[in-house]
Design a protein around this ligand. Structure first.
Ligand SMILES: C=C(OP(=O)(O)O)C(=O)O
Length: 567
């Protein structure tokens, strides 16, 4: 049997099947039978213990003077509050509520009481109590953030869906491939799989019962196929393909040490997109000029509490050290949409991609934002940092951002902590940002085009929705026009322009983007050498001619034709 899907991370993988089972997280409001009361109370007690253990563990790593330490202390005290525990047990017993519903109700009640006292400190605390309640519910549902412990044998993971937070918790050893029923090409899970070099296909139709755990599989993520119980012929054919692929990748190593320079001498900045410190240490291994996008929110995906200023500062300093003077572009927290962070207890929104995300989220949570800004400003004392802000639509948002930065600088000066100068940029990822760009450019040193979101927002096509994956390729005349408008405006203002969306990671599309006039590309670690090879093998005149023809196309097919005929 073979199953087809859309390739999001190419390669060949051999392994046995393992289904990732999701624990349902919805609340069941129906009354529970009397006989289930002790079981539900037991679940509640166990969840409290698990959460206490997790919080105590996180607290142990913190400085006892830090704000986070104190916040955890307050949470721990609440989790030990006999009166609160009794109220939950009482609600389970007398109202016949499930443990999750009882916790939701009692913690919400407690939070409302605090809020009604009309004291700003207690109002803040009310939000903490609500969040803590959500985490107890997560623990009851077995969803506190624990991933698979370890994989003993080479494994291909099969799942309905996988959130970026779940991906971050997967063990890497022996994880050879990923096959999902859902997901979009530029969903964050796809991006993470690609960055980790794990072959993956999405949008696959399969019946989990027909592929039991342990079934031998070969994932051919060069052709978008999962081979179930391969016969000897298939096994042999795919083994040959695997070795060819290995050899092709090894040959790319010749490009590692040189610049991304065309045959006629045009040099392009070729940066890497990364999501953690470990990736940063591999930047030189793949021959990148530095980091064009550090997605800082990824470092929060599997932590139970937010790292405080000191922890963030030391992480940025470590990164600067590992980069040894290479470009370091940090994007401030881009929270929201498919990036749910368990440690933040985000508000539930009906339409999160159009909600409180990117810069809107951090501006709405200034303490969270200032902690990150202060850490970055201080780290900039130890090396050059480019700072960029996600999903900025209009200059008014930049006004607010720069006012907060000035506040942080004043405070640091007063505390005699010292800070360095930064260069500033935004990720252009909405049509509004393109149309409002001229007003913002005077305040910016660079812009980086985020085509993953730019495509989502320009096409009104949810980037995580598998139903749209086939119909909305990332390259269309509309997106090309928006990229072009951005480049033209940035160039006229003498502002450097880069592109950090997944589009740049395609060795077929990168020449076109460079031909359009981009100064720099920032690509997935696993695609970097392939993109560099594509640049080094061409010349800028060819790239410009390709861009000229591509910009005249009014159909996706015409664009694809340009790209294919260039190859
Ligand atoms: C780089 C981008 O940001 P992210 O994929 O992290 O949302 C983008 O939208 O193109």
């Amino acid at each position: 049997m073979s199953i087809t899907g859309i390739i999001v991370s190419s390669g060949i993988a051999f392994g046995q099947a393992l289904h990732l089972i999701h624990t349902e997280h919805h609340l069941d409001y129906r009354p529970i039978p009397l006989s289930k009361i002790p079981q539900q109370q037991g679940k509640f007690a166990k969840a409290l213990q698990e959460l206490q253990a997790q919080l105590t563990h996180s607290q142990a790593a913190l400085d006892s003077d830090s704000e986070n330490y104190q916040l955890i202390e307050a949470d721990l005290l609440l989790l030990e509050d006999d009166e609160l525990i009794e109220q939950v047990n009482d609600a389970i017993r007398t109202l016949q509520l499930s443990a999750s519903v009882a916790v939701e109700r009692i913690f919400a009640h407690q939070a409302n009481e605090l809020q009604s006292l009309d004291d700003p400190y207690l109002a803040n605390r009310a939000q903490d109590v609500r969040c803590l309640g959500q985490r107890v519910v997560a623990a009851i549902n077995g969803h506190l953030g624990q991933g698979l412990d370890k994989l003993d044998k080479p494994t291909i993971l099969l799942a309905q869906d996988l959130t970026p937070a779940e991906f971050a918790l997967l063990p890497r050893e022996n994880l050879c491939g990923i096959v999902l029923k859902t997901g979009g090409l530029t969903s964050h899970t796809a991006i993470l799989a690609r960055a980790a070099g794990i072959p993956a296909i999405l949008s696959c139709q399969f019946d989990a019962d027909s592929i039991p755990n342990g079934t031998p599989l070969v994932l051919d993520a060069l052709n978008g196929e999962l081979c179930v119980n391969p016969n000897p012929d298939q096994q042999a054919r795919l083994t040959v393909t695997f070795h060819h692929e290995q050899a092709r990748r090894a040959a790319l190593q010749t490009y590692k040490d040189g610049p991304a320079q065309t045959q006629d001498g045009h040099i392009v900045g070729l940066m890497a997109n990364v999501g953690n410190l470990n990736d940063i240490t591999h930047v030189s291994d793949v021959g990148a000029d530095g980091i064009g996008l550090f997605r800082t929110e990824f470092m929060l995906m599997n932590v139970s509490t937010l790292p405080d200023e000191k922890a963030q500062y030391s992480l940025y300093c470590d990164a600067l050290h590992a980069l040894g003077g290479k470009t370091f572009t940090i994007r401030t927290l881009d929270i929201g949409a498919d990036k749910e962070l368990p440690c933040l207890c985000q508000e539930i929104e009906d339409n999160p991609a159009l909600g409180l995300r990117g810069i809107r989220y951090t501006l709405a949570h200034p303490n969270l934002f200032k902690t990150q800004l202060r850490a970055i400003l201080r780290a900039a004392n130890h090396g050059p940092i480019r700072l960029m802000f996600p999903m900025v639509n209009q200059v008014e948002e930049l006004d607010e951002v720069f006012a907060l930065i000035a506040q942080c600088q004043d405070a640091l000066k007063e505390e005699e902590k010292g800070y360095g100068e930064l260069s500033y940029g935004i990720v252009v990822e909405t049509p509004a940002a393109v149309f409002n760009l001229n007003a913002m450019l005077p305040r910016l040193d660079f812009v980086s085009i985020g085509t993953n979101d730019l495509t989502q927002y320009a096409m009104a096509a949810d980037r995580t929705n598998p139903l749209l994956t086939r119909d909305y390729p990332s390259l269309s005349p509309a997106i090309l026009a928006l990229i072009n408008m951005t480049i033209v405006q940035a160039k006229a203002a003498n502002v450097k322009v880069s592109l950090c969306g997944e589009l740049a990671s395609s060795p077929q599309i990168a020449p076109l983007l460079i031909g359009m006039g981009l100064d720099e590309l920032s690509v997935n670690l696993s695609s970097l050498l392939e993109v560099k090879a594509a640049i080094c093998q061409g010349n800028i005149q060819q790239f410009s001619a390709l861009a000229h023809t591509a910009l005249q196309q009014d159909r996706i097919a015409g664009l694809q034709q340009c790209i294919t005929s260039y190859k």
